[in-house]
Design a protein around this ligand. Sequence first.
Ligand SMILES: Cc1cc2nc3c(=O)[nH]c(=O)nc-3n(C[C@H](O)[C@H](O)[C@H](O)COP(=O)(O)OP(=O)(O)OC[C@H]3O[C@@H](n4cnc5c(N)ncnc54)[C@H](O)[C@@H]3O)c2cc1C
Length: 239
Amino acid sequence: KREGDKWILNGQKKWIGNATFADILIIWARNEADNEVKGFIVKKDNPGFAVEKMKDKMALRIVQNGIITLTNCEVEEADRLQNANSFKDTAKVLQMTRAGVAWQAVGCARGAYENALDYTRTRKQFGKPIASFQLIQNHLVEMLSNLTAMQTLCFRLSQLQDQGLLKDEHASLAKVFCSLRTRDVVSKAREVMGGNGILLEYNVARFVADAEAIYSYEGTKEINTLIVGRAITGFSAFV
Ligand SMILES: Cc1cc2nc3c(=O)[nH]c(=O)nc-3n(C[C@H](O)[C@H](O)[C@H](O)COP(=O)(O)OP(=O)(O)OC[C@H]3O[C@@H](n4cnc5c(N)ncnc54)[C@H](O)[C@@H]3O)c2cc1C
C-alpha cells in the first residue's frame, strides 16, 4: 500500500534466482487500493527486506535461489517502475523470460544428446560400439527428432521476437513443448548410457535433474497450457 511518497510492501516469495547476492531486486506486488500489480525496485538494504538462501536443490545447482521476506518493507515512489501498472505489464516480462527458458530447454536437451551420442560411439559391448546396435540408433534418432523440432520452433520464436510479433501464447507454446520434449530426450540419453547415465562424471545425470527445474519454472505446464488454450479457443479456462 502507498503511504505518502513511500510504498509499504509485505509478503514472501520462494525460489528467487540470485536473490542471495543481488544488489537490487524487482518485486511485483499487488496494490491494495486498486488491486493492480505494480513493479518496485527493492535494494538489498531497504528496511524490512530479508532473504534466506535455499539449500539442497537437486537441479540447476549453479543458481542460488532465495526465499524473500518483505516485512513492512519501505520503497520510495521514485523506485516504483512507472510504466508497470497492471499484470499485463508483468506478463510482458514473462513473455520474454518464457521464450528464454524454451531455448534453455533446447540447450539442456542438446547437451544430453551430444553426450549420449559420444558415449554410444565409444562404449563397447559384445565387441562392438553400442552405437552400432539398431535399438540404440532408434533412441538416438528419436532424441535428434525431438531436438530438431525444438530448435526449429525456438528459431521461429526468435524470428517473431526480432520482428516485434511475439505474443504470450507463442512463448507459452514453446515453453510447454520444449520443456516436455526435453524430459523425454534426457531420459533417453540416460537410458543409452546404462548405469553410467546416473553418474555425475558423465554429465547426462545433471541434464536429467536440470530438465525437472526447467519443466516447472517460468510457468508450469498447466499455466502455459491455459494461456495457449485461451488464445486458440477464445475461452479463458482460468479460475
Ligand atoms: C529452479 C527454480 C527457479 C525459480 N526461479 C524463480 C524466480 O527467479 N522468480 C520467481 O518469482 N519464481 C521462481 N521460481 C518459482 C516458480 O515459478 C514456481 O515454482 C512455479 O511457478 C510453480 O509454483 P509452485 O512451486 O508454488 O507450485 P504449486 O503452485 O504448488 O503447484 C504444484 C503443482 O500443481 C499444479 N497446479 C497448481 N495450481 C493448479 C490449478 N489451478 N490447476 C491445475 N494444476 C495446478 C502446478 O502446475 C504444479 O504442477 C523458480 C522455481 C524453480 C524450481
